[in-house]
Design a protein around this ligand. Structure first.
Ligand code: AMP
Ligand code: TRP
Length: 335
């Protein structure tokens, strides 16, 4: 049995990109042999300032959404990161293993910091070290993510390798990313060259998992396309990023291949295609939104689920983190 770990920031509302790139995979993986650990990464969220009341609210909202998508807290461990201090303890050790040059190459940092490198928090810079600690504190080896996180997972492997090498141990295993091939990256509905993101200023750029049927239909109707009809083979989509994105979404949400989707719509304009796409999205997403609101109505139950999850998570992460601390040369603590 292997261990699976993944995380999502409890900021903003999860999008169709989060769902197709990651969350749907999280749910499916529960059916396998592996132990699944899913984390609301609130420590990561505050690398950019978060209003405290909003952070609390959004942590509840993301927990409710994960349950609504089908994460089963009896089978999987679901918890909030700040509840298990092992993440921070191991994260500090990794701050001292990772090299400045490695972090300076992280494209997510460069994107988020932009020209503002002197002004952003130091936490934003060392964020990937904490992400590595999230995974390695559980000796997890399989990590379901969208492809925007691949560079961070390579770094997590580099950190593990350097730790093992510097201390002469074989303590941290290699990790393997699990990226869904068809929807590794869902793109913005307004610009097919940018990823769909919950932090995009335009709400029209994304489908939120809590959008109602009207909002979904309207966003798809207004989604950017091009004047050409749909082609009959995938190769012809290469230079048409918006069309390629919508066909990819269509295939992912209906479970058909992209070829089958094109066979159905080849030669037609986007009108009928978009109508069917909106229908399929509404059928999938609206019930998730409804279940999310139902879970969100019972805060006591959500807190209970997260706290139970945190206790189970700590029972795995504490001994592994304590062992890493002994390897480094720290005297035993209060545990
Ligand atoms: P985040 O929204 O950055 O907390 O990401 C949570 C998870 O969703 C990660 O596994 C990301 O790789 C995945 N993800 C976020 N946006 C997209 C997207 N547009 N397409 C595919 N996966 C995504
Ligand atoms: N950095 C990830 C993101 O922004 C979230 C994350 C934090 C994560 N820790 C993780 C994902 C550990 C996988 C494993 O999407």
């Amino acid at each position: 049995m292997a261990r699976i770990f993944s995380g999502i920031q409890p900021t903003g509302i999860a999008t169709l990109g989060n769902y197709l790139g990651a969350l749907r995979n999280w749910v499916a993986l529960q059916e396998g042999e592996d132990e699944c650990i899913y984390c609301l990464v609130d420590l990561h969220a505050i690398t950019v300032f978060q209003d405290p009341a909003e952070l609390r609210e959004q942590t509840f909202a993301m927990a409710a959404l994960l349950l609504a998508c089908g994460i089963d807290p009896a089978r999987s461990i679901l918890f909030h990161q700040s509840a298990v201090p092992a993440h921070v303890r191991l994260g500090w050790i990794f701050n001292c293993v990772a090299r400045m040059g490695w972090l300076k190459r992280m494209t997510q940092f460069k994107d988020k910091a932009g020209k503002n490198q002197e002004e952003v928090s130091t936490g934003l810079f060392v964020y990937p070290n904490l992400m590595a600690a999230d995974i390695h504190a559980y000796h997890a080896t399989r990590v379901p993510v969208g492809d925007d996180q691949l560079q961070h997972l390579e770094l997590a492997n580099d950190i593990a390798e350097k730790f093992n090498h510097d201390y002469g141990v074989a303590f941290f295993p290699r990790i393997e990313p699990l990226v869904p091939p068809e929807t590794a990256r869902v793109m913005s509905l307004r610009d097919g060259t940018r990823k769909m993101s919950k932090s995009d200023p335009s709400d029209q750029s994304r489908i939120n998992m809590t959008d109602d049927a009207d909002a979904i239909a309207q966003k798809i109707r207004r989604a950017k396309t091009d004047p050409e009809p749909l082609p009959d083979h995938i190769g012809a989509l290469a230079s048409r990023p918006e069309a390629r994105n919508l066909v990819g979404i269509f295939a992912a949400i209906t479970g058909e291949s992209q070829e089958a989707v094109l066979a159905r719509f080849a030669g037609s304009g986007f009108g009928p295609f978009k109508e069917k796409l909106a229908e399929a999205l509404v059928a999938h997403i609206v019930p998730v939104g409804e279940r999310t609101r139902a879970y969100l109505a019972d805060r006591t139950e959500l807190e209970r689920i997260l706290q139970t999850g945190a206790r189970r998570a700590a029972a795995i992460a504490n001994p592994i983190t304590a062992a890493a601390e002994r390897i480094v040369g720290f005297l035993p603590g209060a545990e």
